[in-house]
Design a binder for this molecule. Structure first.
Ligand code: MN
Length: 272
């Protein structure tokens, strides 16, 4: 019986759970996001996760979260799933120690402490993305700092710190699997938008899910372009901090244009 239940859940979780928990009079009700979780914010997390997967910024790993819109001491993120598979039904609520408010026996991301500890340390942060994007890995393990190549990545002009887990924790499995590792990462991030994680990936923050996803995407694009520019040889003429500040302000103004394009690419029925 247990294996039959598991099979039903794997094949059709929404329908099966709907049949299991809803009264007969509600059996026709379409699946909805979990009660108490903001639907628009859940959609942003779903779209953001799928966009980053579509463009190779995340693969089977990586995650997108948002601070809870009415309780700043909670945040929302998916249960443990590949980002391309995340749906609104998978979004769960967590406290800032990384505990699920209603675990329901679901498996959770081991590295949710990246998110919980950044929300704890940075009241201004409303969304966090974690990736293992291929472009940034060389900059986490070399002496070459990641710097802004072009206007879309202007936010990098603030400086990009590199967190080395070995410095505080010795030889580990490299994962941010507890609050102390998350706290150390958040301290290295400081007041910046991006922190690289040596031999692992990066963590990106923003004032919204859309902006954090935008920054995660352009951090990877910038890193690849910078590697190309370094391969050309000679001096590189990066954006200055002043140019970075001015150009980043424009990114906020045009964010919806690219967000709607991305949404159309991965979910045409949701695009406006
Ligand atoms: Mn990771």
């Amino acid at each position: 019986m247990a294996s039959t239940l598991r099979l039903l859940l794997a094949v059709c979780p929404t329908v099966f759970l709907g049949l299991a928990v809803l009264a007969p009079t509600h059996a026709q009700t379409p699946a909805a996001p979990v009660s108490g979780i903001d639907a628009a914010l859940s959609e942003d997390i779903v779209i953001g996760s799928r966009v980053l997967a579509e463009f190779g910024v995340v693969d089977g790993f990586g995650h997108v979260s948002a601070r809870h819109p009415t309780n700043p001491n909670h945040f929302l993120m998916s249960r443990s799933l590949a980002p391309a598979l995340v749906t609104a039904d998978d979004i769960m609520e967590f406290d800032l120690d990384g505990n699920a408010i209603d675990p329901r026996g679901r498996s959770l991301f081991l590295e949710r402490f990246i998110h919980s500890e950044i929300y704890k340390a940075r009241p201004d942060v409303m969304a966090v993305v974690h990736t293992h994007s291929p472009g940034v890995i060389p900059f986490g393990v070399s002496e070459v700092p990641l710097r802004p190549m072009f206007h879309n990545a202007a936010f990098l002009a603030a400086g990009v710190p590199v967190w080395d887990i070995r410095k505080d924790f010795g030889e580990t499995d490299m994962l941010v699997r507890d609050p102390s590792r998350g706290k150390s990462l958040a301290e290295k991030l400081s007041d910046k938008p991006v922190v690289l994680m040596r031999g692992h990936g990066d963590a990106i923050v923003g004032p919204s899910v859309k902006m954090a996803v935008f920054r995660a995407y352009y951090t990877d694009v910038n890193a690849k372009l910078q590697s190309q520019a370094i391969a050309l040889g000679g001096d590189i003429n990066y954006l200055t901090p002043g140019e970075g500040a001015k150009a980043d302000a424009i990114n906020f103004a045009v964010l919806d244009r690219i967000w709607n394009l991305w949404k159309m690419r991965i979910a045409p029925s949701l695009a406006k």
